[in-house]
Design a binder for this molecule. Sequence first.
Ligand code: ZN
Length: 307
Amino acid sequence: MLLFHIASRSLVLRLPDAVRASPPASRPLGMVRYNSDMAKFRQVFSKAKRIAIITGAGVSAESGIPTFRGPGGLWRKWKAQDLATPEAFSRNSSRVWEFYHHRRELTLNSSPNAAHYAIAECEARLSKQGRSVVVITQNIDELHHRAGSKRVLEIHGNLFRTRCISCGSVKANHKRPICPSLLGKGAPDPETSDAQIVASDLPRCEKSDCRGLLRPDVIWFGETLDSNVLTQVEKELDMCDLCLVVGTSSIVYPAAMFGPQVASRRVPVAEFNTNTTPNTAYFTHHIQGPCGTTLPLALARHESEVI
Ligand SMILES: [Zn+2]
């Protein structure tokens, strides 16, 4: 328990080191403990009062939003972890803004899918019964909000907020394009040349006495997660009596430890994913399949619900 808290409170966004490639010796993969029966999950769901739903890139992928992380997931010739860093931004802020402009446009052209809607509908329905649902998401695309979810903790920030690197001002921003110089830029194919936009033409702070360079208000690799958000996440993880881990490969830290942290206090944790993950062996349930198919069934009104 303590170990999990320390791990999750290390707060820095990172991909795994070699140690995390396999589950702990006490839970070898060959020793399957989880239940893959949807009816069994539904029994547990019907009794839960506080549900925490951790979501990852798999949920967005079903809306056509790529992670730019796995094989074939390059933008031009780079992976997200080559561009989503403070070092990349200080070296070439034009290129990084092109990348984020592309991601903003992709997202604005996408829609929430059945998994997003199932979660939002579940939150609205259960709140009338005095039960709660909170979404803890690694996704930065706002699709949970667009589907109607109200309680959403965005641990990796938001693609549609900017932060001034001079004065620190954080603002919502849904402009398309975010600035005139990015119009038509950001094409992902590897032959595209960098636009090499001068810094003065990149998104700038609107405060007349600042005009500092803006950056996306997202957490980059190597950066510290927002401690206020993390505190809320810890509170929800400590209080929930059911946890769902949805569409996440459980490889990006510290979020990868959230499900195991809940499981360590003997609370049921159900993983919904297209495959097993390095964390599956920790969990009580594993429902395999696209979450746009499995979640609407899993979270539908239970016969025991009277409202
Ligand atoms: Zn500013």
